[in-house]
Design a protein around this ligand. Structure first.
Ligand SMILES: C[S@@+](CC[C@H](N)C(=O)[O-])C[C@H]1O[C@@H](n2cnc3c(N)ncnc32)[C@H](O)[C@@H]1O
Length: 250
């Protein structure tokens, strides 16, 4: 199976592929950031909520979360949970007609917005769903780290839920566009029947510099409160592939 929209095919194996991702630590980190700026146990809008793993843990911490997710396959994998609701939509165009205390967008969702028009649209949608003082918290691929570390071919192997998966990730670099197209090939072998399901999907990923993000932030009516390595809180550097931004609506 071949898919042109990211996650349409990949979504089926998403939770298995990222079962080693520490969502508990990530939510503790996000909760700490929100708490620092006075947002605790309140209303959150999550852009690109995927299979809802952050949303469910945030709800356990007392937040109410509305997730907006483009991929029907990802929403299908998202388990219902008290305090969490999902709706299918595009974060470049979504208009819910209400505001939230914070907008979150986690695990490189912003990097899936590859053109200036896409990124500007998402910043504008975030601003529209916040009152003055509301926070926009997201992570992106950070250009200095991408340049220093350079994306490489990677192979990931794992098994569970009756399937053995081998995932090949082959990057194709477009340096003048701040973009890397990651071509995924997934071989999924059913451990009972031995049947192998092969799928391919390309994920175009944009990386960002801080001055570029500051320009976008100011243009959408935000001020930057923080920029740091995601999860560690270290100062941004060539070591920080994932950069976390905390913006406040002016
Ligand atoms: C790497 S996944 C992250 C999912 C989830 N936030 C997590 O941390 O597990 C990126 C998600 O962003 C969603 N996404 C990307 N661009 C989007 C858009 N323009 N509108 C809505 N969802 C989008 C994808 O469908 C995918 O579910």
């Amino acid at each position: 199976m071949s898919s042109t929209t990211p996650f349409d095919a990949y979504g089926r194996y998403y939770d298995l592929l990222y079962r080693d991702k520490d969502y508990v630590a990530e939510v503790a980190y996000i909760d700490g950031l929100l708490d620092r700026y006075g947002i605790t146990g309140r209303e959150l809008l999550e852009f690109g909520s995927g299979t809802g793993k952050h949303a469910r843990l945030l709800a356990i911490s007392g937040y109410r979360v509305t997730g907006v997710e483009r991929s029907a396959e990802m929403i299908e994998q998202a388990l219902p949970f008290p305090g969490v609701s999902y709706q299918q939509g595009d974060i470049r165009t979504v208009r819910l007609g209400r505001t939230f205390d914070a907008v979150l967008s986690l695990f490189h969702v912003m990097s899936y917005q590859t053109t200036n028009a896409d990124v500007e649209a998402v910043f504008a949608r975030a601003a529209e769903h916040l009152g003055a003082g509301g926070l926009f918290v997201f992570d992106v691929w950070y250009s200095p780290a991408v340049h220093a570390q350079r994306p490489a071919v990677r192979v990931k192997r794992l098994s569970g839920d009756g399937v053995e998966i081998t995932r090949l990730a082959e990057p194709e670099l477009y340096p003048n566009d701040n973009r890397v197209d990651v071509h995924y090939t997934i071989f999924a072998r059913d451990t009972t029947t031995g049947a192998v399901h092969t799928l391919t999907e390309t994920h175009p990923m944009r990386h960002f510099s801080l001055p570029e993000l500051d320009l976008l932030a100011v243009g959408a009516g935000f001020e930057r409160l923080r920029a740091e390595a995601f999860l560690t809180g270290d100062p941004p550097s060539e070591a920080s592939w994932g950069l976390c931004l905390v913006l406040r609506k002016v």
